[in-house]
Design a protein around this ligand. Structure first.
Ligand code: AMP
Ligand code: ZN
Length: 141
């Protein structure tokens, strides 16, 4: 797609630090290197975000994630963990609108990546959670 920075990387029109490529995906270092080895996996097909994946594309992209995860683990013997992040739409911190999966190796608690999960369990009744689950379940197609 014109004017998409990740399409240009896939087409080798602009440089990248390539890690892996096959018919479906391209993996390369994220230039921000949140932690050492921070890698992006992108589908070669331009899709904006997760809402545009069909099952075939999803199985192609997400099937490659463990392969790159294991490569990071082997490459960084001091790696203690791995966060896999996929941001969708601007509110959720997506800044490049060609879908991508971040693999962020973790080394220690002060390694420059953080994520905060609140626990709001006490704000909901059993009935409310049942209703929320049913509302979503009805839309699964
Ligand atoms: P997100 O905010 O989830 O959309 O992530 C986009 C990521 O793309 C950011 O972490 C950027 O550092 C990264 N990025 C942007 N341009 C490039 C580039 N030319 N090469 C490698 N990574 C890039
Ligand atoms: Zn693109």
């Amino acid at each position: 797609m014109d004017n998409c920075i990740f399409c240009k990387i896939i087409e080798q029109e602009i440089p990248s630090y390539k890690i892996y490529e096959d018919e479906a995906v391209y993996a390369f270092l994220d230039i921000s290197q949140v932690t050492p080895g921070h890698t992006l996996i992108v589908p070669k097909k331009h899709v904006t975000d997760i809402f545009s994946y069909d099952e075939e594309l999803a199985s192609q992209v997400f099937a490659r994630v463990p392969k790159i995860a294991r490569a990071l683990e082997a490459a960084f013997p001091d790696m203690q963990g791995l966060n896999i992040v996929n941001n969708n739409k601007e509110l959720a911190y997506q800044s490049v609108f060609h879908s991508h999966v971040h693999l962020i190796p973790r080394f220690d608690q002060e390694d420059d990546f953080s994520i905060h999960f609140s626990n709001n369990f006490e704000r909901y009744t059993t009935e409310e959670l049942t209703e929320i689950a049913a509302k979503i379940a009805k839309q699964v197609k």
